[in-house]
Design a binder for this molecule. Structure first.
Ligand code: ACM
Ligand code: ZN
Length: 546
């Protein structure tokens, strides 16, 4: 008798524990959809373990799998993908009639949710919104999605996030995790900084010493102390197959990988491997400190142009992106002024100083133009940092404006496309909080979330034609002081959330206070994904000093 009672009681307990909790979805996510139309008195759609996912065609299977993974992760339900599911179904389609390829619409009634994109990318963004509408990871739980309609289309076509792996290499899985994180924020361009003075991180088959020698340094300056160096070797060079694997994964997340080979400066590591390509002939050593080196590729040496042509061709083989970044930043001209070969090249090309540019700045424009020629033969377009305007930018190059917004303004007014990534608003290596002492060791500076949020990329001075040259906005993560994935996440989050609303919303749709509420809810997804993030804006004591 007592035993029967015990078994019955246990049964009741098991029963009540296995009853999933019910959460109610909230469509006020980051980035905020432009349309959120909820029919308050209509019955919601309840996502439960028996819910199915139906794909309109086979090309949408990967998108459906992402949805499946997100739902399993947040609710514990393993939804089945069934082409002919009828009721209790989430439909994944890509037939939305919208000229913006990234637009999506989500329609919800009690029988079904339809996620419809203008392209598969739009569908993917709709899936991200549906995922973020689930309040939190709660296993097991059902989710009631209020009936109605949600729709969005991003303001900019170029929505970038940059990652420097030259200063500190990253494992393939960490790079993929970074890609997952930017995908959660509706970002579609991954600008990958692969080479710099401190290390070369991509295999180039014609130049094996880049992997063997240039990817290694024996130590690194300690913290912010320019006089002290550790003896911890830093090395790592992705094979071309590893890079292609990352490109494939990013493509599944509708993210294009834009590789950067920074030239003709930021090349000291490569010069260690191939010293004959420098003006002095070396010897050179991959830098163990940060900053700007005077040593560049020699622009008077024919081998330099062969080297660049070979490298960029292999880069085009690995990365199918329409755009390739060729750097061009921070190239002091001291060596070129002293180098006989560089000066002979200036003479040969008939380059003369004028009131706008020195002959050496024009020589840099020539080097950039040669690199662009290689890319254009491969049907690609070059991006360069805004310094390339100094000697006069030629051709169809896209200007990446980082020293402020002036580069973008000059570019747009002279008919060049531009991407904005001004240091004051988009450098996420700056501190998250005002008190540098309580932040991880960093390059310094202070960039609060609110300042990122309030960045307006289109100058009020622009004509509509000039404004159309602004392709978009990007945040940069230079990793001199950032060794780990977890630290990288901390520097990115939640500033990436603020950036995503700059990238997706029209200015009149933005509201910082409401954004903070949305970002607070987004942190439940950061928690579910195990991301490390800064909490300053969620704390009442936070003061924003700009
Ligand atoms: C840069 O921050 N040197 C582009
Ligand atoms: Zn030279």
């Amino acid at each position: 008798m007592r035993k029967t009672f015990f078994i019955m009681a246990l049964g009741a307990l098991v029963c009540s524990c296995s009853q999933p909790a019910e959460q109610t979805a909230d469509y006020q996510v980051v980035p905020l959809p432009q349309v959120i139309d909820v029919a308050a008195d209509a019955s919601p759609f309840v996502l439960k373990s028996s819910t199915k996912i139906a794909v309109a065609n086979d090309s949408l299977i990967r998108e459906a799998q992402f949805l499946q993974e997100y739902v399993a992760d947040l609710t514990g339900h393993q939804l089945k993908i069934e082409p002919n599911a009828d009721k209790n179904v989430i439909r994944v389609e890509a037939t939305l009639d919208n000229s913006n390829p990234d637009a999506y619409q989500i329609s919800v009634d009690k029988d079904q949710i339809v996620i419809n994109g203008a392209t598969n990318a739009g569908t993917f963004y709709g899936i991200q919104t549906l995922r973020k509408a689930i309040p939190e990871q709660l296993i097991p739980s059902n989710v009631a999605f209020p009936a109605g309609m949600v729709a969005a289309a991003p303001r900019f076509g170029y929505r970038g996030a940059h990652l420097d792996i030259a200063r500190h290499p990253m494992e393939v899985d960490s790079v993929k995790s970074f890609i997952d994180m930017i995908a959660m924020h509706g970002i579609n361009k991954f600008h990958w900084h692969l080479t710099d003075d401190q290390g070369w991180r991509i295999e180039i088959k014609k130049y094996p010493k880049l992997a063997e020698i240039a990817s290694y340094r024996p130590g690194t300056m300690v913290g912010n102390n320019w006089e002290e160096f550790d003896t911890i070797p830093v090395s790592g060079c992705l094979t071309q197959e590893q890079a292609k694997d990352i490109v494939r994964y990013a493509a599944e997340c509708h993210i294009q990988v834009i590789p950067e080979i920074d030239l003709p400066g930021h090349m000291v590591a490569a010069l260690e491997a191939y010293p004959e390509l420098g003006c002095t002939g070396g010897p050179y050593k991959a830098w163990q400190k940060w900053g700007i080196s005077k040593d560049l590729l020699c622009a008077g040496n024919d081998s330099t142009y062969i080297f660049l042509d070979d490298i960029l061709n292999e880069i085009c083989d690995i990365f199918p992106s329409q755009m390739v970044h060729i750097g061009g930043d921070e190239c002091p001209k001291d060596r070129w002024k002293e180098c006989k070969k560089c000066q002979a090249k200036i003479k040969e090309l008939g380059l003369k100083s004028d009131k706008n540019s020195s002959a050496e700045e024009k020589l840099q424009s020539y080097v950039m133009a040669r690199a662009m020629e290689t890319l254009s033969k491969r049907g690609r377009r070059a991006i360069g940092w805004d310094e390339i305007l100094e000697g006069g930018a030629t051709g169809d190059v896209v200007i990446m404006s980082w020293r402020g917004t002036e580069g973008a303004e000059i570019a747009a007014k002279s008919g060049h496309d531009a991407i904005l990534t001004p240091v004051q608003y988009c450098y996420f290596d700056y501190c998250q909080g005002p008190d540098r002492e309580s932040e991880p060791v960093s390059i310094g500076g202070y960039l609060p979330v609110e300042k990122v949020y309030n960045f307006e990329p289109i100058s009020p001075e622009f004509t509509p034609e000039e404004a159309a040259h602004i392709l978009g906005v990007q945040a940069n993560l230079w990793r001199e002081y950032i060794k780990t994935l977890s630290h990288s996440q901390y520097m990115e989050l939640p500033r990436l959330a603020a950036l995503s609303e700059v990238q997706w919303l029209q200015p009149e749709q933005k509201n910082y206070d409401q954004f903070v509420d949305r970002a607070r809810r987004l942190t439940k997804h950061y928690d579910a994904a195990g991301y490390n993030y800064a909490r300053h804006i969620f704390q009442p004591t936070d003061s924003i000093a700009q």
